[in-house]
Design a protein around this ligand. Structure first.
Ligand code: F6P
Length: 344
């Protein structure tokens, strides 16, 4: 039996509560562990803001979006953050033996550093962007793709009614998983992703060739991290988080202006933004999050440390955190080639 801290860090994501539910239910029922919720990511361990997690606290959590623990992008390894010593001091003060961290590259990056210093941690991979290596899918991604696909379906009919081009900006900082998947599901006529800097003239000629065939409307899906080949920046460099990531956004507005200028076709843009992260998880994400939660506490209880739960094919397994965090998982080129079949 152990007393374990749970935290959710980084951008929130549908399925976080389902993971918490899985960990607590299995951890109490099977092993008799105790759980302490650390509020707002790593800030909870540094500031000692906590909530006890018992059987009552997980009731009704499965379909609930967001995270009951709150989240933040606090980084204990930022300058003056205290690093490993500050985290272990927090653990001691709270009587916690281990931490299960549910997060993406930044939150699990912190977990990886702690593991290297022999702090007992287990990671659970979360991000709607699906850009974490070591696992086939992160939970939250399926929900984001569903939200974006639904939006694209709706945009088709209004674009067609007005003979317009509509640009849909979706999330995806380093990787185009959401754009490519939602674009395929939604029948996009061009998909712009960070992995393939785009040529504006090519995008415009794809749209023009549709118009020449009598299809006088087009849907262009762009990741927030998509960049034109000439390298124009879209990040707001003045707004950087504790992990050094600039706040993205702006590619949709840029494309709206440029596509209309080059083609002369009336163009509108929509930024889906945080709508993709909010609300109830899909059934797929509820199941994946539940499997991750149960496996995280099983792995801890059989003595694993410094590991991240992962999906490989249809099987849940664990991989070293250090391996999973080494490189981001970029869009599968084969998936993009499939999407390209339908461009123009
Ligand atoms: O990392 C997930 C993500 O949703 C990215 O796609 C996006 O760039 C970022 O978070 C937005 O973060 P914030 O909620 O801090 O604006």
């Amino acid at each position: 039996m152990a007393r374990i801290g749970l935290l959710t860090g980084g951008g929130d994501c549908p399925g976080l509560n389902a993971v918490i539910r899985g960990i607590v239910r299995q951890g109490i029922g099977e092993y008799g562990h105790e759980f302490v919720g650390l509020r707002h990511g790593w800030a909870g361990i540094l500031g000692g803001e906590t909530v006890e997690l018992g059987p009552e606290s997980i009731s009704g959590l499965l379909p609930r979006g967001g995270t009951i623990l709150g989240s933040s992008r606090t980084n204990p390894y930022r300058e003056g953050g205290g690093g490993t010593a500050a985290v272990t001091a927090g653990m001691e003060a709270l009587g916690i033996e281990a931490i299960i961290a549910i997060g993406g590259e930044d939150t699990l990056g912190v977990a990886t550093k702690l593991a290297a210093d022999d702090v007992p941690v287990i990671g659970v991979p979360k991000t709607i962007d699906n850009d974490l290596a070591g696992t086939d899918y992160t939970f939250g991604f399926d929900t984001a793709v569903q939200v974006a696909s639904d939006a694209i379906d709706r945009l088709h009919t209004t674009a067609e009614s007005h003979d317009r081009v509509i640009v849909v900006e979706v999330m995806g900082r380093h990787a185009g998983w959401i754009a490519c998947s939602a674009g395929i599901a939604g029948g996009a006529h061009a998909i712009l992703v960070p992995e393939h800097p785009f040529d504006l003239e090519t995008v415009c000629s794809q749209i023009q060739s549709r118009h020449a065939r009598g299809r006088k409307y087009s849907i262009v899906v762009a990741s927030e991290g998509a960049v034109p080949k000439d390298g124009s920046l879209t990040a707001r460099a003045d707004d950087v988080d504790e992990f050094g990531h600039p706040r993205l956004g702006g590619i949709g507005a840029w494309l709206e202006h440029e596509i209309e200028r080059v083609t002369g076709y009336e163009t509108r843009m929509v930024v889906l933004g945080h709508v993709q992260r909010g609300g109830t998880p899909t059934a797929y994400d509820r199941i994946l999050a539940t499997r991750y939660g149960v496996e995280a506490i099983d792995a801890y209880s059989r003595g694993e440390r410094g590991m991240m739960v992962a999906l490989h094919g249809t099987k849940i397994t664990t991989v070293p955190l250090a391996d999973a965090l080494a490189e981001p998982k970029l869009l599968d080129p084969a998936l993009y080639r499939t999407a390209e079949v339908f461009f123009g």
